[in-house]
Design a protein around this ligand. Structure first.
Ligand code: SF4
Ligand code: FES
Length: 218
C-alpha cells in the first residue's frame, strides 16, 4: 500500500496516496476540477479534453491534473487567470465540432457539456471559433444503442471501456485530424459488429453521442 502524503489544494491541507493523480486527490477531498476524459481506473491518462489544467507552485506552466502525480508538500491552485483561459479555450474547441441540438438530445439536462458551460460560465455556443461541419452518418442499426458521431467530443471513454470489456474491442477511433470519429472496427454498422450489448459505452459517454435506443427515440 502506498504511503499517504500531505499537500495543499487552494491552500487547503489535504491527504492522498503518494503518486495519486491530482485530479482524483482533489475530487476525493471535495474539490472540483473540470474534467471530461479521465477515467480513474485507466493507468495511462488519455489527456484529450484539456479541461483539467491546474497550477503547481514552482512550475512555469499549468499541468494536467489527470496526469500529474501528487508529491508531498506540493501546492496546487485550481484557478488562475491562465488556467481559466485554457479551460475556456478547450471548451470552445470541444463545442466547435459538437452538433448542438439539446432539445432533441436524449442527454438534455444530464449532459457534461451543459454542466461545464455552467461551471466555466461560458456559452454553449461560443462565437470565437468557426463551427466545423458535423455530417457523419448516425448509426442506429443496433437494437439497443444509437451512435451519433456528430455529438461525440472524442473523450475516448467508450473506446477504452469497450477494449476493457472484450478480448478485442469493437469501438475505435477512425480517420485522422478533423475527420476523427468513433466507429466500430472496419466502419461496419454496430449491429453487424462483435458488440455483445454490454452497454458500458453508453454508460460512460458524457454527452449524447452514445445513447440507449429508447432514450434516443424519446
Ligand atoms: Fe466520448 Fe461518447 Fe465520443 Fe465515445 S462516443 S468518444 S464516450 S463522447
Ligand atoms: Fe485531464 Fe481530460 S480530464 S485532459
Amino acid at each position: 500500500m502506498r504511503e499517504q502524503v500531505g499537500f495543499f489544494i487552494d491552500d487547503k491541507p489535504v491527504q492522498a496516496r503518494a503518486g495519486e493523480r491530482i485530479l482524483w486527490a482533489a475530487l476525493d477531498n471535495g474539490i472540483d476540477i473540470p474534467h471530461l476524459c479521465a477515467e480513474r481506473e485507466r493507468e495511462e491518462p488519455f489527456g484529450a479534453c484539456r479541461l483539467c489544467f491546474v497550477e503547481v507552485e514552482g512550475r512555469d506552466l499549468p499541468v494536467l491534473a489527470c496526469s500529474e502525480p501528487v508529491v508531498g508538500g506540493m501546492r496546487v491552485q485550481t484557478r488562475s487567470e491562465r488556467v481559466d483561459r485554457l479551460r475556456k479555450t478547450a471548451f470552445e474547441l470541444l463545442m466547435s465540432h459538437h452538433d448542438l441540438d439539446c432539445k432533441n438530445c436524449a442527454r438534455n439536462r444530464s449532459c457534461a457539456l451543459q454542466d461545464l458551460a455552467k461551471t466555466l460560465k461560458v456559452s454553449l455556443r461560443p462565437k470565437r471559433l468557426r463551427k466545423l461541419a458535423t455530417e457523419a452518418p448516425v448509426d442506429d442499426s443496433h437494437p439497443a444503442i444509437v451512435l451519433n458521431p456528430n455529438r461525440c467530443i472524442l473523450c475516448g471513454k467508450c473506446v477504452w471501456v469497450c477494449n476493457q470489456a472484450g478480448e478485442s474491442g469493437v469501438l475505435d477511433f477512425v480517420f485522422r485530424g478533423l475527420r476523427t470519429r468513433v466507429a466500430p472496427f472496419r466502419l461496419e454498422p454496430l449491429a453487424e459488429s462483435a458488440c455483445d450489448d454490454c452497454i458500458r459505452c453508453v454508460d460512460v459517454c458524457p454527452v449524447g453521442a452514445l445513447t440507449r435506443k429508447e432514450a434516443a427515440e424519446g
